[in-house]
Design a protein around this ligand. Structure first.
Ligand code: G3H
Ligand code: 13P
Ligand code: NA
Ligand code: ZN
Length: 331
């Protein structure tokens, strides 16, 4: 059945678990997530970015969501808009059947210019006012995703936002977070603590100087009843890097967010953990492998099936490691 983000994260908070939010662009990814959720009895957050909506078409996404709910009626599914960039993109997502939207006012609609306080509060509040009339949940974002190593903030496309930013500009300020939640009435708050989107998050295993999990603890202490969201939370596993590179890929040495740091977040109010890159890597590795081992193959199912299975395996692991497993039937 469908569930809103609010209902799902309230249950997660009451029971001390986190929910991975996996990005989808196509049927294979949607089915991979559902197969993992079914196998582990886990509730699901499936999210689509503006890029995914442009790629797959809103109508296709709408029927795909209806399809997974019909195939797996016992699994609660929240369908969420990832990084809405203006009120209009949130509204059209709601019309397409999403039960939850992110209004990311941390950047202006161009996806480059950091959104100032008044812009972010104003546009986010506009969305919560509209969405809450229809029982739709809203995620907001305060702080700029990006690298504390380089001081580079991050635009929505994963490339640098304008200028080099200081530590303080990149991290979410806990007192501002309190004000932001009060003024915007968001159901969930994405915070910045040093992660960035994509495969290249850290140049070595991150420590507290580049991945500031203490910020999450401080925010949780001040906002114990707010559901926190971690973006850029792929782990970028070495074995997935190795598979891609073994079959002709060119992933440069890199580190993602260690699972233990995410678990520390979940113990401190993090309820939604956004993961896209790891799924892309799991899929790409298997496609490369099949095509490298059998260059004569051209039946797409021969590479999409193992690709889908690799994503299912990854999703299962995340459901288990975030303590989501076993919860679906309790909601
Ligand atoms: O926000 C980043 C997500 O990984 C979605 O990426 O905008 O390329 O679909 P995308
Ligand atoms: P990753 O690139 O780390 O998977 O992050 C995805 C994300 O935050 C989507 O909003
Ligand atoms: Na999101
Ligand atoms: Zn994100």
């Amino acid at each position: 059945a469908r569930i809103t983000l609010r209902q799902l994260l309230d249950h997660a908070a009451e029971n001390g678990y986190g929910v991975p939010a996996f990005n989808i662009n196509n049927m294979e990814q949607a089915l991979a997530i559902m197969e993992a959720a079914d196998a582990t009895n886990s509730p699901v957050i499936m999210q689509a970015s503006r890029g995914a909506r442009a790629y797959a078409n809103d109508i296709m996404l709408k029927y795909m969501m209806d399809a997974v709910v019909e195939i797996y009626p016992h699994i609660p599914v929240c369908v969420h808009l990832d990084h809405g960039n203006e009120a209009a993109s949130c509204m059209t997502a709601i019309q397409a059947g999403f039960t939850s939207v992110m209004m990311d006012g941390s950047l202006k609609a161009d996806g480059k210019t950091p959104g100032d306080w008044d812009y972010n509060v104003g546009v986010t509040r506009q969305v919560t006012d509209m969405a809450h009339y229809g029982g739709i949940s809203v995620e907001g974002e305060l702080g700029v995703l990006g690298s504390l190593e380089s001081g580079m903030g991050e635009a929505e496309d994963g490339h640098g936002a304008e200028g080099v930013l200081s530590h303080d500009q990149l991290l979410t300020d806990p007192d501002e977070a309190v004000k932001f939640v009060r003024e915007t009435k968001v159901d969930a708050l994405a915070v910045a603590m040093g992660t960035s989107h994509g495969a290249y998050k850290f140049t070595r295993r991150p420590d507290g100087s580049v991945l500031a999990m203490n910020v999450i603890e401080e925010i949780h202490n001040k906002l114990p009843n707010t559901h926190l969201v971690m973006h850029g939370s792929s782990t970028v596993p070495q074995d997935l890097q190795d598979i891609i590179n073994a079959y002709g890929g060119a992933i440069k040495p890199t580190w993602g967010v260690p699972i233990e740091e995410i678990q520390r977040g979940i113990k401190n109010g993090v309820r939604k953990i956004n993961i896209d890159t790891d799924c892309r890597m799991a899929i790409t590795g298997q496609i490369r492998k099949v095509l490298a081992e059998d260059p004569a193959e051209f039946d797409l199912r021969k590479y999409l099936k193992p690709a889908r299975e690799a994503m299912t395996k990854l999703c299962k692991e995340r459901f288990e490691l975030f303590w989501t497993a076993g919860q679906a039937s309790k909601i």
